[in-house]
Design a protein around this ligand. Sequence first.
Ligand code: PLP
Length: 432
Amino acid sequence: MRCALTIAGSDSVGGAGIEADIKAMSSLDVHCCAAITAVTAQNTTAVESIYPLPLDMIQDQIETVLKDVDIKAVKTGMLYSAEIAELVADLLEDHDMPLIIDPVLVAGVGDNLAKSDLVKAIKKKLIPICELITPNRHEAEALSGIRINNEKDAIYACEIIGKESSSVLLKGGHMNGSTVVDYLYLSSGVTKLEYPRLETAGHGGGCTLSSFITANMAKSVDIVNSIYSAREMIQQAIAEQYVIGSGSKLVNPVVRSSGDKEKYAILDELDAASEHLIDMIPEELVPGGGMNIGYAKRNAAGPEDIAAIEGRLTFHNGLLRKNGKSKFGTADQLSYVILAAMKHNPKIRCNMNLQYSEDLVDLLEEVGLSVEYMDRKKNKKLLTGELVNATLTKLGYVPDVLVDKDKSTNEKLVRLFAEDPDSMLDKLEQFL
Ligand code: PLP
């Protein structure tokens, strides 16, 4: 199990802070260790009181976890005071896992969550050792010392905050406009990320987003992809925010509910496998219309339960390129091929196609894969899925390879079957 550490405050109403961090990271299958900096008494309308923990207790929590657990990424949330921020920086500076800072200053309900000296300490001690800092407009103004009223200001603020070589994600939720524009400042420059404006993010939005990013980075996803995927998830978390009291709504960090877990695992596996395909598959094996790989949920009932790469993989300037990400319901024909295979062997849930050639078929047979042929001549009226089904019924098993030479459409494909994308890659490695 991948582990990350959050160093943050506890929120008694359970919408932000440590409580949100644990939910957000757990929903991405990352174990969240938690060092508490301060305990807050709050509900959805107000922060009633704050009790910062003694420095030695904060130090003990962090050291005790770090000396035992292989922490892959750390995030900080509410640090409350300069002393706590400095202590955290001292404890982390010799570790090389990525550090993500959510510079929490004010609660969603408007109450202060920081002493006045915190900003200076974050700038001086934490930003220089962090990988990414995720301020909102108000926090970016405090950290940069400038007012942010437009795009030019936003970019300038990012440059000031990130000048110590850290990356900055300036969140646009508190800025005006019909869409939300976030500014992502990396050493390579500033990228604008634009999203539809939903209702205002409620309590816990900042904590949840930075926890999604941290969990992704704990899984060794690079910083840009960690941010992009977290940003998409926070849209959903905001869309699913809920009411538990008379004040702010709570952002829902558990957008990947357990019912969806299998779906997300499938998408992740398919995305990972397709990255390998890019390195493995030579141009002559990619069909003219593109190549695809599909993977079905257990008990898949239709194409909506089967994921494939949207837009397929095609060759451009000598390089195989993915035209989209993995997605459910995006490849009907491939899906019906998989559904047909699953009827005969429910374990076979993955299929991909390659360009047919006699040489390829010889090679497949040489390495000992079972190769069978689809008989299109006698079954002209059948759709591909029905034809696969008829062929497999006749064969009585699902072979590794089904050769499909459809003269009428000029499409000549070799369809490979496997239990999952990993075993598909193993099969490919046998002959590539
Ligand atoms: N951390 C704690 C302990 C909090 O109570 C809050 C807000 O009340 C936050 C962090 C920041 O919350 P948000 O994610 O809404 O910015």
